[in-house]
Design a protein around this ligand. Structure first.
Ligand SMILES: *Cc1c(COP(=O)(O)O)cnc(C)c1O
Length: 458
């Protein structure tokens, strides 16, 4: 109990300090030095940790990581978890109800079920849809494509995968989709690129040509993938246009909404997902824009039976009749964490409205950065952001070097991405603490570092 108290106290101070932006965003000591500081070898060999020693250990541990609550953390799409979700992790850590089987966690399973019903409703699938929470978007993409494979080739589960399947996806698609194609036995070469515009968005007008190419290559399209939104740029594909094409041509339409599906909760941004209800499957990460810790991702299908058909492996001893329901038939995992509780407690505390306001606020902050940078010489911004992700270049020099120097400084952490084949700095505004002052300070710092190497403005 003493250790639990220490944990709560230190975490509260950690989040508070991070939000004030005082300590460096990222700790990057070499692993050897860290192992030493944390006393890892000794603890592992000898054990015997006490609350006092633990307090010391935890302080160092927290100091030497990455602070996602920090206003200057603008790198990857990792949530600054909200405290209700953190409570859920604590509860799960102690109660551990691996609820993929009802009997192993009735309340946890029921919570997940209702959270899924809520998500299905938001997407527009309603009563006919089905879903499951799984450990992350990569696994969710794999699961959705497994459902697509079952729809295309029902016997693949028992007989193996025929060699002529194809997956149509833009090259900008998240790497987990290519991986899924390989894992599912299609092979990476089965991923056939869709034509895109200069920003990597699927070109709807050229979909017929892409389908033609696939058929002429003697392949059967298993699914077509679109992004809502794309990881690198944060731009949304035209879901309605693509969805209508897929419906007309009998193609399974999969939407990767890992990052951007949460825009469904913000009135002014819902339109970005117009047409999502046409998708056969959709994934939606809660650990990105619904502010839970990693990982909690939803796989949602328009027809519930499609998801049940994905895994045709029956472990009959795990299934019950009218004594509840088992989600185990829908997931790769056997013992699955209480993922629904994290989403539920954030909803229960903040309301759908509160979560929607968070999404809208972060989307607005990225837009603000785009406006502020656009007013300064030397910044080139290839597109107007649609989400909380924005890419830009400063000057004509090496953008990776700018990123590296910012990280060394300690006040900001950015990522980088290729847009139209050119390396750009990339910001994703996740932390609630990031405000206009942060963004101005970031631009000031980049300009200072530019050291007279002003951009051509081209
Ligand atoms: C983050 C992301 C994924 C992968 O999700 P994980 O939860 O990190 O496995 C997949 N697709 C898109 C578009 C993403 O942004």
């Amino acid at each position: 109990m003493a250790a639990a108290g220490v944990t709560v106290e230190q975490l509260a101070a950690y989040v508070d300090g991070s939000q004030r932006g005082l300590p460096p965003v990222v700790g990057r000591r070499p692993p050897g030095e860290l192992a030493e500081r944390l006393g890892l070898a000794r603890w592992i060999r000898e054990g015997g940790m006490t609350p006092e020693a633990y307090a010391e250990f935890l302080a160092t541990y927290l100091d030497e990581g990455t602070r996602f609550h920090h206003p200057g953390y603008l790198g990857h799409q990792i949530a600054a978890p909200d405290f209700p979700a953190a409570l859920a992790d604590f509860v799960h850590g102690a109660a551990n109800n691996p609820m993929a089987v009802y009997e192993m966690g009735a309340a946890a399973a029921t919570v997940e079920f209702e959270v899924l019903r809520w998500m299905l409703d938001k997407v527009g699938y309603g009563e006919a849809g089905g879903g499951v929470l799984t450990h992350g978007g990569s696994l969710a993409n794999l699961t959705a494509l497994l459902a697509a494979r079952a729809a295309a080739v029902p016997d693949a589960w028992t007989d193996g995968v025929p060699g002529d399947l194809a997956l149509l996806a833009p090259e900008s698609a998240h790497y987990s989709l290519t991986r899924a194609a390989a894992i599912l036995g299609l092979g990476e070469r089965a991923v056939m690129p869709l034509d895109v515009d200069p920003l990597g968005r699927v070109d709807v007008a050229r979909l017929p040509a892409a389908l033609d190419r696939v058929r002429r290559a003697g392949r059967r399209p298993m699914a077509l993938v679109a992004a809502a939104c794309a990881t690198a740029t944060g731009l949304y594909d035209d879901l309605r246009g693509i969805g209508e094409f897929c419906a007309e041509n009998g193609l399974w339409f999969h939407v990767d909404g890992a990052h951007g599906a949460s825009a469904l909760l913000a009135e002014e941004h819902r339109g970005l997902l117009d047409g999502v209800e046409l998708a056969d499957s959709l994934i939606w990460d809660a650990h990105k824009m619904l502010r839970t810790s990693s990982l909690a991702a939803a796989v949602l299908t328009r027809r519930e039976g499609d998801l049940d058909a994905a895994f045709r492996q029956r472990a009959s001893y795990l299934f019950y009749g009218d004594q509840g329901f088992d989600l185990i038939g829908r997931t790769v995992e056997c013992s699955k964490a209480e993922l629904g509780l994290k989403v539920f407690l954030n909803l229960a505390w903040r309301g759908e409205r509160g979560l929607g306001d968070y999404v809208a606020g972060r989307y607005a902050a990225a837009r603000r950065l785009w406006e502020l940078a656009g007013e300064r010489p030397g910044f080139r911004l290839p597109y107007e952001p649609e989400s909380n992700i924005v890419c830009f270049r400063y000057g004509t020099g090496d953008q990776a070097a700018i990123r590296e120097r910012l990280t060394e400084d300690g006040a900001f952490h950015l990522s980088s991405a290729e847009v139209g084949g050119v390396r750009h700095l990339r910001v994703s505004v996740m932390a609630p603490a990031t405000d206009d002052k942060t963004l101005e300070a970031l631009l000031d710092r980049i300009c200072e570092m530019g050291g007279g190497r002003s951009g051509s403005g081209v």
